[in-house]
Write a protein that binds this ligand. Structure first.
Ligand code: ADP
Length: 256
């Protein structure tokens, strides 16, 4: 992209070259800023669980503490360690994607059957929150997908629908066939996403409500990973939402 812009010909070559270098410098500045922000986010995300681990470990090691209390602190330490593990795993995955050393192995897959299995795996988690998960697939179209990766996509989106919904609400997973594409829609009746946040939710570490996401065990990287995987399949993902009413995630995949 940069090299294309630097190939200037014609009368005002020097002026154009100057402009191109300015643009390049601005781009580099932007990348540097982005990188700094990303590193700052990682430090922040790790600092919080580390503070908990250190603080609670310090109390738990005191000799005169009640056993019950100690057990409680140890389970907090365990949860925070789990969160850090998930964060490191997600970061590693994104780093692999950035280096383009992430391989997807596509296999022809009957989509309805594939999603039905995921639906069956996830349904109990919805029942546990007195929620209903509805699944509708019109026609068993074949798609070329990396099954493991695609399951990760679906699980992530359904997890979010579960996490950001109220008890007793409904989530639906609906598959539609179009001429060239297949559309997978996941709709919830949950808390929704404010309009200002909507364009950013697929960015790394973007979260509408950091404290709520922390309670739900989120890393803020889930949707960034989902987007990378869907795009690696030649597809796209978008979201529509009404704040306070619900959210719909829409995946478009090319048909096999
Ligand atoms: P997290 O780990 O925080 O859930 P994600 O990358 O999966 O991170 O999602 C980014 C943010 O987008 C979330 O923190 C949340 O604010 C918002 N979000 C994602 N899915 C939904 C949904 N179904 N309903 C409401 N908000 C959502």
């Amino acid at each position: 992209d940069f090299s294309v812009r630097l190939q200037v010909k014609g009368e005002d070559e020097l002026a154009q070259l100057g402009k191109a270098i300015q643009t390049l410098a601005a781009d580099l500045e932007y990348l540097k800023k982005e990188r700094n922000e990303f590193l700052a986010s990682i430090s922040h995300e790790l600092r919080t669980p580390l503070t908990y681990v250190k603080g609670y470990a310090d109390i738990a090691r005191r000799p005169n503490i009640a056993e019950e209390e100690r057990a409680n602190y140890l389970s907090i330490i365990y949860e925070e360690a789990e969160r850090m593990q998930k964060l490191v795993k997600d970061l590693f995955e994104l780093a692999k994607m950035d280096r383009h050393s992430f391989q997807i192995e596509k296999e022809p897959t009957p989509l309805c059957l594939f999603l039905k299995k995921i639906y069956e795996k996830m349904a109990p988690a919805f029942q546990a929150k007195q929620m209903v998960l509805i699944y509708r697939c019109e026609e068993n179209v074949t798609v070329y997908i990396d099954r493991q990766r695609f399951e990760q996509v679906m699980t992530n989106l359904l997890d979010n629908a579960l996490k950001y919904s109220h008890e007793c609400s409904t989530v639906s997973m609906h598959v539609k066939r179009e001429k060239k594409n297949v559309i997978i829609m996941i709709s919830d009746e949950g808390i929704g996403i404010p309009e200002a946040d909507l364009p950013h939710i697929f960015e790394r570490f973007h979260r509408v409500d950091k404290s709520r996401s922390r309670i739900g065990g989120g890393t803020g990287l889930g949707l960034a990973i989902v987007k990378e995987i869907v795009e690696a399949h030649g597809g796209s993902i978008s979201a529509t939402s009404q704040f306070g009413k619900g959210t719909t995630m829409l995946i478009t995949l090319p048909r096999g």
